[in-house]
Ligand binder design. Structure first.
Ligand SMILES: [Zn+2]
Length: 297
């Protein structure tokens, strides 16, 4: 029986905005959401040079990993989840793409970005095959199946940020679920789908706690944290990262979840790397190291 390997290439706990994940199963290499970005402004400050360096490092890693990738999954069209520059089109060449439906259950900005990716970047002409991820079952062979969820909200129900599709990869007794920007999930619908999928490994974004009472209502954040703890009860391994890893209190949220399931991890810990919350620490980084010239130190 072949084994399954899961590697998270980049994530907020590694100092960039991302949930880029590689799953190798049944002789097939799958890249989920291979993109990376940073917050243009945080605490009123631009990214610190250390964040920009990390971004470049992670981008290079994603490029390298995509060279021998067979399938690319895109759960939605936000810049931290796919490659979108013209000169990056080559990375989609000869790949099988499983993509969030670019026409249905999509908001205007993501629809435009999807159109740009497929038409202007020409990805629809150079990819080997393109399939809609939403509500789809992609059976590679009897031992390896990729399922896409129905579209679920990017955070709370009715969010202006649109929809995402979650992914389940079944192989060799493992059920790996990648739930990108569901934010906990805040939505009951997303929670029910994930619970039904019965993940052995769940990689998920936590709620944007740093927006509590600002862009997202506190009640919704509580809902996201609550739903995340429900999932901690039913999965073997829970990698909870992304939105709430932009908060200095992130590790204390993980500690709370570990009271329910000892195998709750940040993506960095999952990969055996130190947790580096560069965006959350941006203010401290600029205070400590205000000059670009100091960046080598
Ligand atoms: Zn995201």
């Amino acid at each position: 029986m072949t084994e399954v390997r899961v590697r998270i290439l980049a994530a907020d706990s590694m100092g960039v905005r991302s949930m880029a994940t590689i799953v190798e199963a049944g002789g097939v290499k799958i890249a989920i959401d291979p993109g990376v970005s940073y917050a243009p402004r945080r605490y009123g400050l631009p990214p610190h040079p250390r964040e920009l360096e990390r971004l470049e490092e992670k981008k290079e890693l994603i490029y390298r990993e995509l060279m021998d990738t067979d399938i690319i999954v895109i759960t939605h069209y936000h810049y931290d989840h796919y490659l979108y520059h013209d000169d990056e089109a080559e990375y989609y060449k000869n790949k099988i793409l499983l993509i969030k439906d670019p026409r249905h259950s999509i908001n205007v900005s993501q629809r435009i970005r999807a159109h740009r990716l497929l038409k202007k970047m020409g990805v629809e002409n150079i990819a080997k095959d393109i399939h809609i991820l939403d509500n789809n079952v992609y059976e590679i062979d009897k031992g390896l199946v990729i399922r896409g969820s129905p579209p679920v909200p990017h955070g709370p129900d009715g969010s202006k940020l649109g929809y995402i599709a979650m992914v389940l990869i079944e192989c060799c007794g493992e059920r790996i679920v990648h739930a990108s920007d569901v934010q906990g999930p805040i939505s009951r619908k997303a929670l029910e789908i994930i619970a039904e999928w019965q993940p052995t490994i769940l990689i998920i974004s936590g709620p944007p706690t740093y927006f509590a009472g600002l862009k997202v209502e506190e009640e919704q954040i509580r809902q996201g944290l609550n739903n995340l703890s429900l999932l901690a009860e039913i999965v073997d391994v829970l990698v909870a990262d992304h939105h709430f890893a932009r908060d200095l209190k992130y590790l204390s949220y993980l500690d709370q979840l570990r009271k329910i399931n000892t195998r709750v991890l940040s993506a960095a810990e999952f990969m055996g790397l130190p947790v580096e919350l560069l965006e959350a620490q941006r203010k401290l980084l600029w205070e400590k190291d205000p000059s670009d010239n100091n960046r080598a130190s």
